[in-house]
Each structure stands twice: as structure tokens, then as C-alpha cells.
Design a protein around this ligand. Structure first.
Ligand SMILES: *Cc1c(COP(=O)(O)O)cnc(C)c1O
Length: 368
């Protein structure tokens, strides 16, 4: 049997009419930049996340970049974050001439360990970027306390976690701003690139609206140098359709995760740890085994799609060599990079396919 890691064609098949209608409407209007669809999506995402405002941008990467810019973070400033994340988290910091300061993750959740954060704060620290990895929120209460104590901005990288909850609050509504990506493989995925920033601070939202259009105050007048980073109407129209299905899809992923958890219970296959006060949306379902590379080869040989997120933690990347980190500095991040593997968990996965994946993983364990 062949099982893909993610099959978006199956999702499209369930919403084809709605999507095709939404695309046709935008094409007939010939309004492709800004326009009513973007404004409607911004209002709906703000409502969904529980924030006052949401500002559409061109990608999750730009959501991070423009958020940092909105708080004036730049050359010489330090930003504390995790090295076990997608590159954009730290890449956006470095692009502004600021310095990413990497702090290790918790072994169980793979998320930034709040207990290690305060020791990394210096007089130059301006912000913290917690990443809600794989669909589960960082332990935000202690982090917000540290941020308040030291006057730091908290920029949630919620790119993998739209709809994820922490003690009743949604991702993107806990820190000062929340950054979302609509990259096709996220739980809410566009048909191209897209992103959004959520915030309860109207002044920051207004700054973001300006920054995404070159820093303009009014047409052809600029208070700062921003970017061209707009969300386009076609993507907004598609996302408006998909947002209506998002909770059902995330629940489907959660059900699949629970079935895997039951299949792997009592074996040596490590399963994702869900904190009881969190809603996990399972953008990825990670298994943890010592012989990860051998398991990856075994699954691929048996037709199962799987992926390494992320094989090289950011503190060891060539582009960050000058920051001076070495192997062994952030052991939990390095262990996670070595020992984890993402297996198919998408909503439309059939029970038969899921059991085949579980059987194949367990057969490997039986042999090892
Ligand atoms: C996907 C992702 C991003 C970047 O989003 P893009 O839309 O691809 O630019 C940033 N951070 C994390 C954790 C992500 O998963």
C-alpha cells in the first residue's frame, strides 16, 4: 500500500464546489489586491483567534519579519527563540541585523523551555519568539511573566498552530502578536503563499498595515521603509472557504493521533506528549525512536510518506556559524533533530491506511 505524508487532493475533492465558486467570484470581480475578501478574512481570523485585529501579509515568514519591524527590532538587538523550528523563525531575526539567541526545548513537547529563558536575557534582549511547534502551544504563562518582568515583546510563531489552545486561549492571542502561515501544508493552507498577524494592539496593527505597503502613511508618502507583502484576494477567498472547515479538519487529525497513540502505547515508539491544558491540532504527528534514520528508510521502502522536521537545529546551521554555537550546546534540540520522524496524520487518511502505517512502524520495532 502507498500512503502519502499529506494528500491535499483528497481535501480539495471534499470542497471542490465551494472553492471553485470562490475563485470564480474573485476572477469575475477582477479585484486581486486587498479588496473585500482580504478584509473579510482578516475579520474572521481575528474572531477565530480571539484578537481585536488581524493583518494579512504575503507569508508566515513576512508575518514574523513585519512584526519584528513593527516593534523596531533591528541591528544589535537580541531575540530569544528555539533552534528546533523552521528556518524562518530565526531567519527573520537575522535579516533585520538582530541576533537570534537560541534556548533549548523541553524534551516532551519539543517547545521552548520557559525554565531556561530568563538566564538568556541580557540588556540587549528585545523580544522572545516562542514557536508553537507541530500544533501545540508553548507553556506561555511563565514566558509572559519573564517578558513582563524584563519589558520584552512576545511574538508567537503560531505558523503551525492555528486553532491550538493554551488554558482556553487561542494561539496568537497570548503574546503581543501572533504570526500565522497559510503555506499549503499548514492546517489552514492556501493555494500558494500567505500569512497573517493577529494582535490586540490597534497601534501595532496599523503599523503592520503600513509596513506591508512599503511603510506608506497615505499613497506615495512613507514614514519608514517597509515591504511589498500583501495577502492577495484569491488566497483570501480560498482561505475563507477553508476556515469554515478548519475545526473539523483539526479534530480529524486529533482523532488519527489518538488512534496512533493507542497503537503505540506500551511499545518503544515515542508518541507526541499532549499537555492536558492544551488543544493540540497535530500539524505534524512525530514519533520518536533511537534508530530514526533506519525507520525512515523502512517506511519509505514500504511506500509510506514520512519526513524529518528538522534534521539540523538552527544553532548548528552554516549561516549562523558566527554566532559561535557548537554541537552539544542545546542537547534536547539536537536529540529531537536526531530521533524524530513525522508520519501521515492528515484528516482524510483512512483507518486502513493508518493501521498499515502503525503496523509498519511496529514491525520495524519488533525487528530492532
Ligand atoms: C511554515 C512556518 C513558517 C513560515 O511560513 P511561510 O508561510 O512558509 O513563510 C515559520 N515558522 C514556522 C514554525 C513554520 O512552520
Amino acid at each position: 500500500m502507498k500512503v502519502p505524508l499529506l494528500d491535499l487532493k483528497r481535501q480539495y475533492a471534499t470542497i471542490r464546489q465551494e472553492i471553485d465558486g470562490a475563485i470564480r467570484e474573485v476572477v469575475e470581480s477582477q479585484v486581486f489586491i486587498k479588496g473585500p475578501k482580504v478584509a473579510e478574512l482578516e475579520a474572521k481570523v481575528a474572531e477565530y483567534c480571539g484578537t481585536k485585529r488581524a493583518v494579512g501579509v504575503a507569508s508566515g515568514t513576512d508575518a514574523l519579519l513585519l512584526s519584528l519591524m513593527a516593534y523596531g527590532i533591528g541591528r544589535g538587538d537580541e531575540v530569544i527563540t528555539t533552534p528546533y523550528t523552521f528556518f524562518a523563525t530565526a531567519g527573520s531575526v537575522a535579516r533585520l541585523g538582530a541576533v537570534p539567541v537560541f534556548v533549548d526545548v523541553e524534551r516532551a513537547t519539543y517547545n521552548l523551555d520557559p525554565a531556561l529563558v530568563e538566564a538568556a536575557v541580557t540588556p540587549r534582549t528585545k523580544a522572545i519568539i516562542p514557536v508553537h511547534l507541530y500544533g501545540q502551544c508553548v507553556d506561555m504563562d511563565p514566558l509572559m511573566e519573564i517578558a513582563a518582568k524584563h519589558g520584552l515583546v512576545v511574538i508567537e510563531d503560531a505558523c503551525q498552530s492555528i486553532g491550538s489552545e493554551y488554558k482556553g486561549k487561542r494561539a496568537g492571542a497570548i503574546g503581543h502578536v501572533g504570526c500565522f502561515s497559510f503555506f499549503p501544508s499548514k492546517n489552514l493552507g492556501a493555494y500558494g503563499d500567505g500569512g497573517m498577524v493577529t494582535t490586540n494592539d490597534p497601534a501595532i496593527a496599523d503599523k503592520l498595515v503600513s509596513l506591508r505597503e512599503h511603510g506608506q502613511t497615505e499613497k506615495y508618502f512613507y514614514w519608514t521603509v517597509g515591504a511589498n507583502s500583501r495577502l492577495d484576494s484569491l488566497q483570501a477567498a480560498i482561505l475563507l472557504v477553508k476556515l469554515r472547515h478548519l475545526d473539523a479538519w483539526s479534530d480529524g487529525r486529533s482523532r488519527n493521533a489518538e488512534r496512533y497513540n493507542a497503537r503505540f502505547a506500551g511499545t518503544a515508539v515515542g508518541t507526541p506528549h499532549r499537555e492536558p491544558h492544551c488543544r493540540h491540532i497535530y500539524n505534524q504527528y512525530m514519533v520518536r525512536v533511537r534508530e530514526r534514520d533506519a525507520l525512515e528508510a523502512h517506511l519509505k521502502a514500504n511506500g509510506i510518506g514520512c519526513a524529518l522536521y528538522y534534521p539540523m537545529p538552527l544553532h548548528l546551521q552554516t549561516c549562523f556559524k558566527d554566532l559561535g554555537y557548537k554541537e552539544g550546546d542545546l542537547p534536547e534540540s539536537e536529540a529531537a533533530a536526531r530521533e524524530t520522524l513525522s508520519i501521515p496524520v492528515f484528516t482524510e487518511l483512512t483507518t486502513e491506511e493508518l493501521d498499515y502505517v502503525a503496523d509498519t512502524v511496529l514491525a520495524f520495532r519488533g525487528r530492532a
